[in-house]
Write a protein that binds this ligand. Structure first.
Ligand SMILES: Cc1cc2nc3c(=O)[nH]c(=O)nc-3n(C[C@H](O)[C@H](O)[C@H](O)COP(=O)(O)O)c2cc1C
Length: 208
């Protein structure tokens, strides 16, 4: 590698640091949207480890429960860039420096309720750490869409968590997950937990 290329590479690496660094002690918020509850497990785990508050994004109109109907809906929203109306959010953004934003991947893109959320605030001066939950097919253009919706935010490196159980195979995924929540079980594997530990550096958080 030429010296100039090496420097360019080093700067690029610096641009995508994963931790909140010095901003760690500033107030942080976990924002998530979930339909079949996978993303809820991730939000809950991080909140338990860090003590950060959680904000759940909810849409005004519910999404179809039927998977095939849902796929049609998602493809329409992706093609048209549709942003669903959200239930009122009481968030004083000035109270937070860091946001961990957890979104499912829909049709190789960002779940549109998260798109609506990002479009509703000005994230100037905020650090955003995206976490994408998916079924292992990749995250497509989700990160680019996030950056488009909040160009003023400072994006930290994102993390992906893949869950084998996917609605195409398991139509009652939400009910299964709900039963696990009631039984105080998690869907996160040891590897998932270690990945989150390493990425978020839990040991540096106030709670530890
Ligand atoms: C309509 C729809 C489209 C999906 N598209 C993808 C995809 O393109 N790639 C992928 O890996 N997973 C995809 N998934 C799987 C979800 O991203 C995954 O199950 C996610 O963890 C669900 O999050 P939630 O349970 O918090 O709603 C899709 C799921 C649905 C319902």
């Amino acid at each position: 590698m030429k010296r100039r290329d090496f420097l360019k590479f080093s700067l690029l690496s610096l641009a995508s640091v994963s931790s909140f660094g010095e901003d760690l002690r500033a107030k942080s918020l976990i924002v998530f949207y979930t339909r079949s509850l996978n993303s809820y497990f991730v939000a809950d785990f991080i909140s338990l480890k860090t003590g950060f508050d959680m904000l759940k994004i909810k849409t005004q109109s519910p999404y179809p429960q039927d998977y095939d109907e849902m796929v049609k809906r998602v493809l329409f929203e992706k093609q048209s860039g549709f942003k669903p109306a959200l239930k009122p959010i009481s968030l004083r953004l000035e109270g937070f420096k860091n946001l961990i934003i957890i979104s499912p991947i829909w049709a190789m893109s960002l779940a549109s309720p998260i798109r609506s959320f990002l479009n509703s605030f000005d994230f100037k001066g905020k650090n955003i750490m995206p976490i994408f939950t998916n079924a292992g097919f990749g995250v497509g253009n989700a990160l680019n869409i996030m950056k488009q919706e909040c160009p003023n935010a400072n994006f930290l490196a994102h993390i992906e968590l893949s869950f084998e159980l996917f609605e195409r195979k398991i139509r009652n995924l939400r009910a299964l997950n709900l039963a696990k929540i009631k039984a105080k079980q998690s869907i996160l594997s040891k590897e998932d937990e270690q990945k989150l530990h390493a990425h978020l550096e839990f040991k540096s958080f106030k709670k530890f």
